[in-house]
Design a protein around this ligand. Structure first.
Ligand code: SF4
Length: 331
């Protein structure tokens, strides 16, 4: 797809500037005759808050057990009303760990009535907590698509990134989800995995990684799943702090800029998705949400929106956008 050239209307965002080796993302787009603006927005991504039972090293939101920001029931209702009113095709529920938000059952139930496809992102440990097992059953009954984080098929990498014991707990959860029908053919219960690198390097090829995960998980634990997605870590939050502390930031940004793929721009998720935070305010994506950059430069609450942002609305850019256009891209 070819996009029209134009001057960069959106200033490179309020985040820290690129290191000396990194050209601004907006400049790079302009050099390729591209611009970043919306197409039809069909997905509403809902960040239910920063509370999480884990504190992963790569987390761009710095979520963790001590965070208190969570979505309340009134906001959930406003979000679900917006999803319906806006004619969204899908809702993508994320966090933090959405499973830990007290009224999450209510949000999922309302969304399932409002849109054809609801996805829930899970870290695979919060959903199996004894107090929340009913959530798996609710997801099954509502036919919610599960998108689950699993960095690797061996414990050393998974536990290094996400905490001790996470691999064992994740395996038990996946086995349990399989017994509920998730990932099994003919059930209509979709179980997808996402994998990201443990350090300052690019993810391996998605197709080959999916094949390896399918083989390993089946052989070691009899686990089946539908699809696997790989993505590059976004240099924000805890991952950025780690990159800087370990002296890897410049090198990582250089790698991201060198692997800029102009073909990936047309499929960027920010062109078809809008993200709502736990207070109900809208952002172009979950990364701009992390940096508190509002949609179209103005604070907008779901309760005041008549529909999705219009096609042609400009999208703010920042240096971390390079993580979305590296290699095959981040969709
Ligand atoms: S961070 Fe990625 S998803 Fe967000 S605006 Fe930039 S390119 Fe789009």
């Amino acid at each position: 797809m070819t996009l029209e050239p134009r001057d960069c209307l959106m200033q490179e965002a309020r985040s820290a500037l690129c290191p000396s080796t990194c050209v601004g993302f907006a400049q790079t787009l302009a050099r390729h005759g591209l611009r970043l603006e919306r197409e039809q927005t069909h997905t509403l991504q809902i960040n239910t808050g920063l509370l999480c039972n884990q504190a992963c090293r790569h987390c761009h939101l710095e979520a963790g057990p001590k965070r208190t920001e969570i979505m309340d029931r009134e906001t959930m209702d406003q979000v679900a009303d917006y999803a319906e009113r806006g004619g969204f095709q899908s809702a993508d529920v994320t966090g933090g760990a959405p499973e830990m938000v007290p009224e999450i059952d209510h949000l999922l139930t309302r969304l399932a009535e409002a849109v054809p496809r609801v996805m829930l992102r899970s870290n695979l440990t919060a959903i199996r907590d004894s107090a929340r097992e009913h959530l798996g059953l609710l997801c099954r009954d509502l036919k919610i698509v599960l998108v689950c984080s699993l960095p690797a098929t061996h414990a050393s990498q998974t536990d290094a990134q996400r905490g001790g014991g996470v691999m064992d707990a994740s395996v038990r959860t996946l086995q349990w989800l399989n017994t509920l029908g998730y990932g099994q053919s003919g059930t209509g219960l979709e179980l997808n995995l996402v994998s990201n690198p443990a350090g300052a390097f690019m993810p391996p090829d998605q197709g080959r990684t999916e094949e390896r995960f399918r083989r390993d998980l089946q052989r070691k634990w009899g686990i089946v799943f539908n699809n696997l997605y790989t993505f590059a870590n976004v240099p924000l939050g805890r991952f950025r702090t780690w990159l800087e502390a370990s002296g890897n930031y410049e090198q990582y940004m250089t790698r991201l800029t060198e692997t800029f793929n102009p073909e990936a721009v047309a499929g960027l998720m920010c062109r078809s998705l809008v993200s709502v935070d736990w207070k109900g305010d809208l952002h172009d994506c979950d990364f701009h949400l992390a940096k508190a950059i509002p949609l179209d430069g103005t604070r907008r609450h779901v309760a005041t929106m008549s529909g999705p942002p219009l096609p042609g609305t400009p999208i703010a850019t920042a240096e971390y956008c390079y993580a979305c256009t590296a290699g095959a891209g981040f969709t």
